[in-house]
Design a binder for this molecule. Structure first.
Ligand SMILES: Nc1nc2c(c(=O)[nH]1)N[C@H]1C(S)=C(S)[C@@H](COP(=O)(O)O)O[C@H]1N2
Ligand SMILES: [Mo]
Length: 553
């Protein structure tokens, strides 16, 4: 049996030979760490791959990473989320979260792999089970959870556990040869034999784990493409919105398009540049045929509306600026769109709101909630919106339907992927952000922003331009101050009504040097926005947007 190339019993040689036996390991057969790392990674990879696959079986399921991500989002304070948004961008922050979860899982998996491969396989089983339970908990307990949601995580854990057990065996090849010739099996010989087996196994080990890794990629690809079936954008592409009864005239010519106004926000924000804020790690997907919007709670006649029911109601079109409460002074979490939808007040009239209900609470398909006073609806064009800028509501902005209420921040009103409107009481139920430290009532503060110049300029004629908004009150005036000079009234752009922002601009003869420029707006009631700077929490930032510009001679 003895082969000529058998390694010597010298452990340092064995290590050079691929580290099959560690010098520090009293046990000659202890597999090297990297065996464990590979096994751990492959176990997690294949487990998650099967999680993705199972998530592709039903719309009601989500992959383990998404389920865990949802719970992370629910626990992360808003300032951290906003920070992530500012740092990585409104879409990439979600990618960063997914990647972070994957990195944490990978590190944990590598450690578990090492512990399993160098220890007992029960370690792997125990950890896989623990991770599976964690994933199941994330998918089964929380805002957007269902009982069947636990399945992908449990399957993932079972697969990962299986791979760990398999990997343990792979790393501990039976000393086949030694046992085949028991009469020769003194311990030194057995060690030599099994060590030889392990050395040969190194290649087998690599091809096997490599094969599993490829399998994981394949299964993930299949899972992802199965999940693609549930992508709402496919359904949305087939939607044709009826014309609103009072379609708005085309918006007046846009100041932003004038020469010298490059950088000024357009009067209507294009869909592709509209801001996006939500807690959804992956867009909730709805089957239009089974989607329903219910009016429930303290009402005489609970209502259930299908998508067609909403389209068949009287649809109106309104220009409304919406803003996020986390919009910093000068920030870009604000947009102006032409919303198409049915009136919310009419709908609630039909439902017959009880006099003891004081809150309208919107609930989304993914369990987000936002509430505002019933009285807010008085005299406001609040909508169940199904259209935006002439198109069906984009998926990221809430397809198939969302609430839009002029004059209050998005977190207390603008529920996307709407599934229910619940008439309730503030003293029994609060919207998602309220227990997280944000105000119960949140009217939009009068704000203004300098869009241009966006950078430094040359001395001489320069266009200063920007926007100002005070939805429901309208904008009467926007003024600019350079350094300590007098406040100068700017030219206001066309008005699309009191709910919509207005553009402003002013030609400035810029002298060389460094200058401070400030803007302030006055709303339709004659009130000028306060200079008082406040943080975004708990009810929105206030203060004058101020920029510094270097003017070169
Ligand atoms: N379902 C759901 N709707 C939601 C949110 C959310 O997290 N989930 N966020 C709200 C917040 S905080 C804001 S500012 C607006 C943003 O709307 P937009 O993404 O269309 O700009 O949506 C609101 N509607
Ligand atoms: Mo928001």
């Amino acid at each position: 049996m003895a082969k000529p190339e058998l390694p010597a019993m010298d452990t340092s040689k064995a290590q050079a030979n691929g580290g099959v036996a560690d010098a520090d390991a009293g046990d000659q057969h202890r597999p090297p760490r990297w065996y464990g790392v590979l096994i751990g990674l492959v176990a997690a990879g294949l487990g998650l791959a099967f999680g993705e696959l199972v998530a592709g079986f039903s719309r009601a399921l989500r992959s383990p990473v998404v389920s865990v991500g949802d719970r992370v989002i629910d626990r992360v304070p808003k300032f951290l989320e906003d920070f992530a948004k500012r740092t990585f961008g409104p879409e990439s922050d979600k990618t960063v979260l997914r990647l972070s979860i994957l990195v944490v899982i990978a590190i944990a998996a590598a450690l578990v792999g090492i512990a399993t491969v160098r220890g007992r396989r029960s370690i792997g089983i125990a950890f896989a089970a623990a991770f599976g339970l964690l994933g199941a908990l994330a998918a089964g307990v929380g805002r957007n959870t269902r009982f069947v949601g636990v399945v992908p995580s449990l399957v993932a854990a079972a697969v990962a556990g299986g791979v760990l057990v398999f990997g343990h065996r792979l790393a501990h090849p039976e000393p086949v040869v030694a046992s085949a010739r028991p009469h020769q099996a003194n311990s030194a010989q057995a060690a030599l034999n099994s060590q030889a087996a392990s050395t040969v196994d190194r290649r087998r080990f690599l091809t096997t784990t490599g094969g599993l890794a490829v399998g994981a990629l394949l299964v993930t690809t299949i899972g992802k493409s199965l999940q693609g079936r549930f992508d709402s954008s496919l359904v949305r592409a087939g939607v044709r919105l009826p014309k609103p009864v009072d379609p708005l005239p085309p918006p007046p010519s846009d100041l932003a398009l004038l020469a010298g106004n490059e950088g000024l926000s357009s009067l209507i924000t294009p869909i592709k540049s509209f801001y996006r804020i939500d807690t959804a790690l992956s867009f909730p997907s709805v089957a239009l045929s089974s989607w329903r919007m219910k009016v429930t709670g303290k009402v005489d006649n609970p209502l259930t509306l299908s998508y067609d029911d909403i389209l068949n109601r009287t649809l109106i079109e309104r220009d409304i600026t919406i803003s996020c409460v986390s919009n910093e002074v000068g920030g870009d979490l604000v947009g102006n769109a032409r919303w198409i939808g049915c009136r919310l007040d009419d709908l609630l009239k039909e439902a017959g709101v009880h006099s003891d209900a004081d809150q309208v609470l919107g609930v989304s398909v993914d369990g987000f909630t936002a509430g505002f006073p019933v009285t807010t609806l008085d005299g406001r064009d609040a909508l169940i919106a199904v259209g935006m800028n002439g198109e069906a509501l984009p998926v990221r902005n809430g397809f198939p339907a969302r609430i839009i209420v002029p004059g209050i921040y998005g977190y207390v009103s603008a529920v996307k992927w709407l599934s229910e409107i619940r008439l309730t009481r503030f003293d029994t139920e609060e919207g998602y952000w309220v227990p997280r430290g944000w105000a119960t009532l949140a009217p939009v503060k009068t704000q203004s922003r300098i869009d241009r110049p966006g950078g430094n300029v040359k001395a001489g004629a320069t266009h200063l331009a920007g926007i100002a908004w005070a939805p429901t009150r309208g904008i009467d005036k926007a003024e600019i101050q350079v350094d300590d000079g007098p406040w100068m009234e700017t030219t206001l752009g066309p008005s699309l009504g009191n709910n919509s922002w207005r553009q402003w601009w002013l030609q400035w003869d810029a002298p060389a040097g460094r200058h401070q420029i400030r803007v302030r707006a006055t709303d339709g009631t004659g009130e000028t926005q306060t200079e008082q700077r406040t943080q975004v929490a708990p009810d929105g930032a206030s203060g004058w947007h101020t920029i510094r510009v270097d003017v070169s001679a």
